[in-house]
Design a protein around this ligand. Structure first.
Ligand SMILES: Cc1cc2nc3c(=O)[nH]c(=O)nc-3n(C[C@H](O)[C@H](O)[C@H](O)COP(=O)(O)O)c2cc1C
Length: 209
């Protein structure tokens, strides 16, 4: 599996899920494989205090599916795509908890943390957002957080697809056609680079060949 897509909405037929599925279609159309998981299937509990929660052998005692999703699906994947609704100008709590629970395996008190850190580094990261409001900065906090996550994990932030809608699946009626953009984003996910120049970066002067 090349790419893990994590949907942070509780609505299986919602807008984030529609964007996530369209990205998966695009990935598959370009010869890649993708798996969609809903964050709330994996995460049943917030992060706890590791000092009281960890088992004697250092493993995480929270008994849910997160361990399997994180260790067996996310770590081997080359790409991670987060599809989240905008909740209160941030990512959904489900999506945030998915990030927070990484700590159980990244922290030095987890016996295999060095290997986890190595595997978490360098992934391609994509973001899909669904929101009711169309104001340009409605998702900026989320974009910034994911950018910082990429900086921290030496990942590559490939891009963002934002669809507007409120009722379930309403992004399909967004005139900006975010589902088509999501398919295209998925298809180009492993080939596109988001360019990020310094003043002295050598470059051709044209963006497209
Ligand atoms: C708890 C909650 C908070 C929300 N906060 C915002 C918000 O701050 N800005 C916004 O544009 N939409 C907000 N919305 C609307 C959702 O972003 C919108 O309905 C989105 O399409 C839901 O995605 P989903 O279908 O994947 O669940 C909120 C919805 C809920 C349930």
């Amino acid at each position: 599996m090349d790419t893990l897509i994590v949907c942070g909405s509780p609505r299986r037929d919602g807008n984030s899920a529609a964007l996530a599925r369209a990205i998966a279609e695009g990935l598959v159309s370009s010869g890649h494989s993708a798996e969609l998981v809903f964050a709330d299937e994996a995460v049943s509990s917030f992060l706890r205090d590791c000092r009281t929660c960890r088992r004697a052998d250092g493993t995480c005692a929270i008994d849910d599916e997160y361990r399997a999703v994180f260790l067996d699906k996310l770590l081997p994947a080359r790409g991670l795509i987060l599809a989240t609704p905008v909740y209160w100008y941030g990512m959904s709590a489900q999506t945030k908890a998915f990030f927070d629970r990484m700590f159980c395996y990244v922290a030095a008190s987890y016996p295999a943390s060095a290997s986890v850190v190595e595997q978490l580094k360098g992934k391609r990261i994509g973001l899909a957002l669904a929101s009711e409001e169309t104001f340009p900065t409605v998702g900026s906090g989320i974009v910034h957080q994911v950018q910082e996550y990429c900086r921290y994990t030496r990942g590559e932030f490939v891009g963002v697809v934002h669809g507007y809608g409120n009722a379930r699946g309403e992004v399909a009626r967004d005139p900006g056609d975010p589902l088509a953009r999501a398919r295209s984003f998925g298809a180009r996910f492993f080939t596109e680079r988001a360019t990020d120049y310094q003043i002295d970066t050598p470059r051709a002067g044209r963006v497209w060949a």
